[in-house]
Design a protein around this ligand. Structure first.
Ligand code: TRP
Length: 450
């Protein structure tokens, strides 16, 4: 008697798994330290308003475009774009979106994994109490020591890439979906725990003023561009990550509604992260430092001299590591889906191969700040905006109308026309501006005041 087993389910277990996986991709290092910091520096509430406008006018329309291209193509970003271009009767050039996305993903993963490695290192470092009671200079020395310790960074970077590779090798449903369903609730609980602690013991009023008092005089043209660029990075747009995830989305789910939920969750996490972090910084009379210093020096100084700092600090670095891991897997998935769907490589060898490339890139980043910054700059400021621009233009102007109708047909006509306007005109103009500013051209043409 022969019994054919059902074909393995190649998709998310449910709509909510897709939402959690995409939110896991969106919520990353960008939310937890970059957003709070750039908000404080660029006029607080005024910057938040501009950022929200960027999310609504550019981020969500481009996210809708990415999901719909993925679901219409039903394959990895490169092959999806190739078939969609063919069925729409346009030049195969458009598959460049998928190709540049695979490259951008590997470039971002290279340096992202090094920072994630620092976060992993700080879990045992904090939990063991080695920083408890340390003064500011000792905490700063500890971080400088880690940055000078190539071997130490290599170990944690390797551990992080290994976890990413293992999850990806398990596939979309069990690997990515299972991780998102397990870790995202932990992330939300840890974040609320930190928020509760900050409410109870931090200088909450000062943090609210820092983040939300709208000071329009500090809002420069460059702040608008920073907000737009960050809207893009924080929603994981422009490299096919969301397109790859969208390929497994059930056909009856509303794309626009789902994109709205993901964007709202991502924004909420960024705002709550700010409200959890800054009360501690201000309660300890510290200055909100920029970049990695905020996470790895300023906050540990606060953790070192507060009640329960051992637990709160450990929870924070666990949160940071989880946020980084669920983002990292989305950086690898487009390339792995492409290699394995071509049928030459299984998911495990494909993950090992691409993870290995990012691992080598990370080693270069550990030993050279120049490589680190060059990879960050090229991927974040050039490849992502270019990809986003092409995605909006293709979905808005080139995709066969019947395919567009099939994916967005659930929208009321007014909202559908609104999306068309945003994807065809507003988003490309906005992203074009980010590109010009990223390449430095805009600053040349229109120098910032002061
Ligand atoms: N969104 C993540 C963050 O905020 C980073 C990220 C993950 C990303 N996947 C991406 C950015 C794809 C751009 C494209 O940290």
């Amino acid at each position: 008697m022969t019994h054919t087993p059902p074909a393995p389910r190649r998709g998310w277990a449910s709509r909510w798994t897709f939402v959690l996986a995409a939110t896991g991709s969106a919520v990353g290092l960008g939310n937890i330290w970059k957003f709070p910091y750039i908000t404080g520096e660029n006029g607080g509430g005024a910057f938040v308003l501009v950022y929200l406008a960027c999310i609504l006018l550019v981020g969500i329309p481009v996210m809708i475009a990415e999901i719909l291209l993925g679901r219409a193509g039903r394959r990895n970003p490169i092959d999806s774009m190739r078939t969609l271009a063919a069925t729409s009767g346009v030049h195969p050039f458009w598959q460049i979106i998928g190709i540049s996305g695979v490259v951008a993903g590997l470039m971002i993963l290279s340096f992202y994994s090094v920072i994630a490695g620092w976060a992993l290192d700080y879990i045992p470092r904090t939990a063991s109490g080695s920083l408890a009671g340390a003064n500011a200079a000792a905490v700063a020395d500890a971080f400088a020591g880690l940055q000078a310790d190539g071997r130490g960074q290599l170990i944690w970077h390797t551990a992080f890439i290994a976890m990413t590779v293992i999850i990806i090798a398990f596939g979309v449903s069990r690997g990515i979906g299972g991780t998102a369903r397990t870790l995202m609730p932990v992330l939300f609980v840890l974040l609320l725990l930190l928020l509760g602690y900050s409410l109870a013991y931090g200088d909450f009023a000062h943090a609210v003023r820092f983040l939300f008092a709208a000071d329009f005089s500090r809002l420069s043209a460059s702040a608008v561009l920073i907000a737009l660029g960050h809207a893009f990075f924080t929603l994981s747009l422009g490299m096919g990550a969301i397109m790859a995830y969208g390929a497994y989305m059930p056909p009856q789910t509303s794309i626009a509604g789902t994109a709205l939920i993901i964007a709202a969750l991502d924004t909420a996490v960024a705002l709550v992260a700010g409200l959890a972090i800054f009360p501690l910084v201000f309660a300890h009379q510290l200055a909100p430092a920029a970049g990695p210093g905020l996470m790895f020096v300023t906050l540990p100084i606060a953790f070192a001299d507060m009640t329960g700092g051992l637990y709160i600090g450990t929870a924070f670095f666990l949160l940071l590591s989880i946020a980084a891991l669920t983002s990292a897997i989305s950086l690898l998935e487009p390339g792995v889906a492409w290699l394995s769907e071509r049928g030459r490589l299984g998911r495990l060898p494909a993950s090992l191969l691409l993870g290995g490339i990012a691992w080598l890139g990370g080693i270069a980043c550990i030993h050279s700040g120049t490589v680190f910054n060059a990879l960050d700059f090229t991927a974040t400021n050039i490849l992502l905006p270019t990809g986003g621009l092409l995605i909006a233009l293709f979905a808005g102007w080139r995709l066969r109308p019947s395919l567009l109708q099939a994916e967005l047909g659930d929208l009321p006509p007014g909202l559908f026309r609104l999306w068309c306007l945003l994807a065809r005109v507003i988003a490309p103009l906005g992203v074009g501006l980010v590109l010009l500013s990223g390449s430095g051209l805009l600053r040349y043409l229109w120098p910032p005041a002061g």
